[in-house]
Structure formats: C-alpha cells, structure tokens
Design a binder for this molecule. Structure first.
Ligand SMILES: [Zn+2]
Length: 303
C-alpha cells in the first residue's frame, strides 16, 4: 500500500526502488505478471489539466452552498429523510466504508465535510458534488431494488467524479473555450465572487460528463467499492438494471451519466484488477434490506 502518495494515485509516480521491491514481494503469486512498479487497482492516468483553470476551493464552496440550499428546500417540503430513516442510515454506513479510500485519489478529500442525505423523490438519481456532498433520491433505491453492493457501486461512481474533479475539469474546458483570461479570472474569484459562486453552483446539477469521465468514474468506483468490501461486480448488475429501467421512463441519472454500449464490457474487463483488493477487504458488518415502496416510507412518518 502506498496510499499516502498523491503521485501514485495520479498514475505519474515512479516509486523508489525499495518500495517497488516491497510491493513486488507482496504481490508475488497474486499478480506475478504485473510489473514491479504497478499499483494494485485500476489505472486511469493523470487528472485533466483543464481542472487547474478553476479554483478547487471555490468550486467546493459553490457545491456546498448549492447542496445546503437543496437540502433546505427538501426539508421545507418534508422530502429530506431524517437521520433515523433506515435507508438514510444505510447510505451513511456505506459512505463511511468508502470515504477512507477516497483520500488516495484526492488529498483534498481528507478535509472535505462529507455529507450524505436521502431525498424523498421518486426520481432515479444520485450525485456527489465537489467537496463530498452526496445525495440519493429514494426512487433509485426503490425502483431498481438496489442491494448494498449496488448502492456502493453508484456511490463509488459518484464519489469518483468528485475525487477526479470532473466538474472542475468541465468548467475549466468551458473557461478555455470562452477565453481563459476573462472567464478564468471570474472563476478564480478575482472578479465578482458572489455571482461566480451562484453561477457555478447552478451548473453542478446539470453537468453532463464526457464518455472518458464516465469510464474513469466507473473504474475508480469499482476500486473504491472493492476496497470498502462491496462486490465490485455489482456495477455490472447496476448498469443492467439501469438499462432496463431506461426502456420505460428514462432515469434522470442517465441524462447526466450517459450510458454507452461498451460501458458494461469495460467494467467487466477491469474487474480482475480489483479482485485481489476485494478478496482481502474486510466485509461490511451490517447489511440492509432493499428500500420499501416510497408511499409506505413517507406515510408511516406522516401518520
Ligand atoms: Zn457518472
């Protein structure tokens, strides 16, 4: 393990020979064909340079503001699950297992004020905003009858977008297209800070990621869930469920995470890279039942 090295996580590190030998010895038998310097897990290469055009601090602040506003509005509509809601507890338990493995992918994640909330909405949706603000919509848990491993697959995927700073990258690309000097200064907070924040926050929920970002989030996601002790092959079942749900009313989630025919094959092709991590990971001590129908979940509280 060299979880403390950000360069390794970014795939641009040449570890010292001593570390390589230790790692190689550790992997003998399990992955004897892998080169000595190989990091165990998936390989997604360095982060996009475009992310550097936008301030991480400011984007995380914008995410935090947008998230807080959403949760306030949900609470006003009695659509924010209380702390003791079994499905909210389930989400927080799974997040607690995944989050410690996020630091290796992004050092900033150590300082994030991670939050996990459940929204009483029938939509099939979930997200993790920059700064570790996670939300699941009840509909995705209920309609897809998600098992814990599948919930972990979605959470790992969403958290991976935040860790790999895909929102920051997309906004950086926009800044580059529109003129780095002008927009860049606004995004970096050198212009009107308040307006910049509001604009950024509003964009976060409708960002459509590229195929490359999606593939990256899939791979980082299966590694996160494998390390957390959840079956990484659940990502395949999740996508199969998502695809068949798409034949009726298209899931909201698919509009911001476009599916492609190669997606499931790519995940399957990478499962062997995380099989050892999953085999050695301690299993979750708690397992949770699938979400019951939304109606009974809300009426039981409303009385
Ligand atoms: Zn995605």
């Amino acid at each position: 393990m060299f979880g403390d090295c950000a360069d390794c996580a970014a795939g641009r590190c040449t570890p010292p020979a001593q570390r390589s030998r230790r790692l190689f010895t550790g992997l003998l038998g399990a992955a004897a064909l892998a080169p000595a310097w190989a990091r165990e897990g998936v390989d997604v290469g360095p982060k996009s340079k475009f992310a550097g055009l936008v301030s991480a601090e400011q984007l995380e602040a914008a995410g935090g503001q947008q998230y807080a506003q959403m949760m306030r509005e949900a609470a006003q509509q009695r659509a924010l699950a209380p702390m003791e809601h079994p499905q909210a507890q389930r989400l927080r338990y799974i997040a607690q297992r995944i989050v410690p493995f996020s630091y290796e992918w992004n050092d900033r994640a150590r300082q994030w004020k991670w939050e996990v909330n459940l929204l009483g909405s029938p939509q099939l949706n979930a997200f993790c905003m920059p700064g570790g603000k996670i939300a699941f919509y009840y509909g995705i848990l209920e309609k897809l009858q998600l098992e814990d491993d599948e919930v972990a697959a979605i959470m790992g995927h969403e958290v991976a977008h935040a860790l790999r700073e895909h929102a920051r990258e997309r906004m950086g690309k926009t800044a580059a297209t529109n003129g780095v000097i002008e927009l860049g200064s606004a995004l970096l907070g050198l212009g009107n800070l308040g307006r910049g924040l509001a604009g950024l926050g509003g964009q976060l929920l409708t960002l459509r990621f590229s195929r490359e970002d999606e593939s990256e989030a899939d791979l980082v996601g299966i590694e996160l869930s494998a390390r957390a002790g959840y079956d990484p092959s659940a990502a395949v079942r999740l996508w199969e469920k998502m695809m068949s749900a798409n034949k009726g009313a298209p899931p909201q989630w698919l509009s911001t995470h476009p599916a492609s025919g190669t997606r499931i094959r790519d995940i399957q092709a990478n499962l062997s890279k995380v099989a050892g991590l999953y085999a050695r990971a301690p299993r979750p001590e708690r397992r949770f039942p699938v979400a019951p129908p939304l109606r009974s979940a809300t009426t039981s509280r409303d009385g």
